[in-house]
Write a protein that binds this ligand. Structure first.
Ligand code: NAP
Length: 401
């Protein structure tokens, strides 16, 4: 018998938050069968003990052992679930075996990858087979890239309903954001830049805005500080734009919305203070990426300065976090649609743990046959995910002129 949901990586920083989210959802433990998986039996048992303090029924959760380096254990894992949630990263290092196993076993899959190089490889290796078998391999089900992907989907669905055509220019503005990084996220960013510096295909997958699909005019995801006259704000590059924008463009290509221009920017108020803030963010981001690209400096930072694997923001830091993004589609004759997405916890972990759990529950309960393949949240789950995300403190508001 297959478990409805299997969480692999349950012992990690984010995995434990996802497990706690599932344990807190009334009905998950009773109406659904779920299980925890990892590579260390003692650590898994300790996580289960903690979950039992949230929901006593969790003390009976089955524990499964599976190591990324062991293909047979990946296959066994996939064979025992209807949907697998994986929080085992960096995905470029540990993720490929599970994707292959899920396609082979006909198992739904959701992850938190922010590594376009990994997604690029999985599309090349498995998209056609997954589509033919009706299997959903859904990447990027966290802050990267659910608000981006569903925000743009809502803009274009509204535009199609109202004007019969998609809007040709869509920009996501990150208006407010407070949060911090976990060790696993830092390791994944470092791995991404290391992979791109040693492998030409990976460098292209990271550098080409349309490497995951979709089409549109030439566009940069890393442009320096700039004045945005349409929005009346100063903008700076957004750290996750090179990942999120590629996911959104893939969705647009698969859903038939492309071509159109899509970008993501961090935004700051008008005036000298806004200009200074945008400039400081651009310089800081450039310096951070340059540091992580240099192998010796990357090692120095990862070993001595940045958070370690298994660690991340404290509960107080997560609770004090939030985000607000505005996705604005603009068209001829002054037409526009604006989708505001708000999160009431830190984006990377408090909000993300709920987003991936809800994505898995949505995939389990409402499989959409035509959205199969190596795909995105918008393609596999569509706007049906929006009301579910309110349970995770992530809300969407649509306004149009
Ligand atoms: N997209 C987003 O918005 C978003 C948000 C949050 C996190 N993430 C991503 O999620 C991933 C996890 O981050 P994290 O901070 O939770 O990392 P973490 O705390 O280091 O957890 C990593 C997990 O992977 C497991 N693992 C490592 N090597 C393994 C192997 N060979 N076989 C089986 N399991 C293995 C670890 O098991 P042990 O406990 O036994 O070491 C642990 O459970 C990262 O890639 C990160 O970038 C993305």
């Amino acid at each position: 018998m297959r478990h409805d949901i299997l969480l692999w990586g349950a012992t990690g920083y984010t995995g434990q938050l996802v497990a706690a989210y599932l344990a807190r959802q009334e009905g998950v433990g009773r109406a659904l069968s779920w299980a925890l998986a990892g590579r260390d039996a003692a650590k898994l048992a300790a996580v289960r003990d903690t979950l039992a303090t949230i929901d006593p029924a969790a003390s009976a959760l089955p524990l499964l052992l599976a190591d990324a380096g062991d293909d047979a254990s990946m296959r066994a894992l996939a064979a025992q679930a209807r949907v697998v949630i994986t929080t085992v990263g960096p995905y470029a290092r540990h993720g490929a075996g599970l994707v292959a196993a899920c396609v082979a076993e006909g198992t739904g899959y959701v992850d938190l990858t922010g590594e376009p190089t990994f997604v690029h490889r999985m599309i090349a290796a498995h998209h056609e087979a997954a589509r033919a078998r009706g299997v959903h391999i859904v990447h990027a089900c966290g802050f990267d890239s659910v608000p981006s992907d569903l925000g743009c989907l809502l803009v274009q669905e509204r535009a199609l309903a109202r004007w019969g055509e998609v809007l040709p220019d869509v920009t996501l503005y990150v208006r407010k954001v407070r949060g911090a990084f976990s060790g696993g996220t830092v390791a994944s960013m470092a791995e991404l830049l290391a992979e791109a510096s040693r492998d030409r295909d990976a460098a292209r997958a990271l550098g080409d805005p349309y490497s995951l699909g979709g089409s549109g005019p030439p566009v940069s995801d890393t442009e320096g500080p700039a004045w945005d006259a349409a929005e009346g704000v100063w903008t700076a590059p957004f750290l996750m734009a090179p990942t999120n924008a590629k996911i959104v463009r893939r969705s647009a290509g698969l859903l038939g919305y492309a071509p159109f221009r899509y970008t993501e920017r961090q935004s700051f108020p008008t005036g000298a203070v806004g200009w200074a803030a945008a400039s400081a963010v651009a310089v800081g981001l450039g310096a951070g990426v340059a540091a992580l690209r240099a192998p010796w400096l990357r090692q120095l930072l990862v070993d001595n300065v940045l958070p370690k694997a298994g660690s991340g923001p404290t509960p107080a830091e997560r609770a004090a976090g939030f985000f607000e993004t505005h996705t604005v589609g603009r068209g001829p004759d002054g037409r526009w649609v604006r989708v505001t997405v708000r999160g009431d916890k830190d984006p990377g972990y408090g909000a993300t743990s709920g987003m991936i759990a809800e994505s898995a529950l949505a995939l389990l309960r409402a499989p959409v046959a035509e959205g199969a393949g190596v795909v995105t949240p918008a393609v596999a789950l569509g706007t049906g995910l929006v009301p579910r995300l309110a349970r995770a403190g992530v809300t969407f508001e649509v306004v149009e002129n």
